[in-house]
Write a protein that binds this ligand. Sequence first.
Ligand code: ATP
Ligand code: MG
Length: 414
Amino acid sequence: MPALQPARGTQDILPEAMRRHRAVIDTARIVAARYGYEEMATPIFEFTEVFARPIGEATDIVAKEMYTFADRGGEEITLRPEYTAGIVRAVISNGLTQNLPIKFFACGPMFRYERPQKGRFRQFHQIDVELIGAGTPEADVEMIALGADTLAELGVLGHCELQLNTLGDADSRQAYRAALVDYFSAHRHGLSEDSLRRLERNPLRILDSKDAGDVAVNAAAPSFDSYLTEAARDFFATVCRGLTALGVTYRLNPRLVRGLDYYCHTAFEFVTEQLGAQGTVLGGGRYDGLMKLMGGPDVPGIGWAAGVERLALLIAAPPVPPRPIAMIALGDAGEGKAMTVAHELRRAGFTVDQAYSGNLSRRMKRANKIAARAAVILGDDELARGSAAVRDLDTGEQIEVPLAQLKDRLAPFR
Ligand code: ATP
Ligand code: MG
């Protein structure tokens, strides 16, 4: 029978990678807690409407990325492609809008039907923070500072550049949108097929395209700056001043947009050059219209999400787990005794590995392979004397230890 393969765009997370994922997630959770963000989680699947309604008009392209299916009961279900919509839905469903602002940290797998490539998968993982019910620019500053602090704590901030833009308020956006549609319509011959499809519905998203033709057209596109209302300009100026006051450095990038209509004001990304084409490690923005769009009260929000796989590649190798004690049984009596001795040692807090088969030399090889600190050898002769041989695998030194003293004598190898 042919061997079974993982589904396209998915990957197994083996222990070395898993340690990196853990380090990213655990560090992010700790930093978020310092800012008052508590961990929560939403379901991995939701009614398709939860994710489809917010993308509304832009449905064409973003919806293509959604893992959507009818379940056995005929419900339209989608695997979550991002956290924000689910969290906003949860805040409404649980009636949490009485106590604002709310600050949440979340992490977990996301699913997008994308073309797999380096740094881009169909199942990937995100850490995510959301601040709901704070509409002032100070909240944007906190959100971005939290992103910078998280990256700093992970030791990767130095490799990342913070790019910053404003998408203005609704009036600014309407005016800018119209200007973009005019401009792109006049240059439609240079645009990619995806961008042509976006032209009427979501022209801002064209600015974000990586297609070479689009990039060329974008170079001379009108910039948002001249379409910002006074209020939107003030809001953004306050955000920039706040960041400067905190020593968070940034570069203004007028091409930085978020695809969806409910995004407004501050948009930001931390980008690295160390990961090739997929260099955005963390992205976020303000989404003041979303809660209302989802059927809740008109409450502002801002958040960001970061890709765990990408961050896991950037961080230094996290500490490896403690070196185990190898339990090496020889003969039938030894095998039985090894079970109980290993059990007692584990209950006393030791890390103990058992191999279950092979002669002495095979088991010693395995002990070396797993970097065991010491071996406890239970042979017939030792057992007859009520003891075990303990070998220091770094020095090769071996001593005989009465079983009753094993825990104490192994303490230095913990
Ligand atoms: P892109 O423009 O690269 O498609 P995006 O706007 O779709 O990014 P977000 O929705 O903002 O990305 O997701 C936040 C972060 O999640 C990204 O910055 C990235 O680090 C990570 N990410 C997004 N999609 C994928 C994916 N398919 N595989 C791995 N990581 C991803
Ligand atoms: Mg994407």
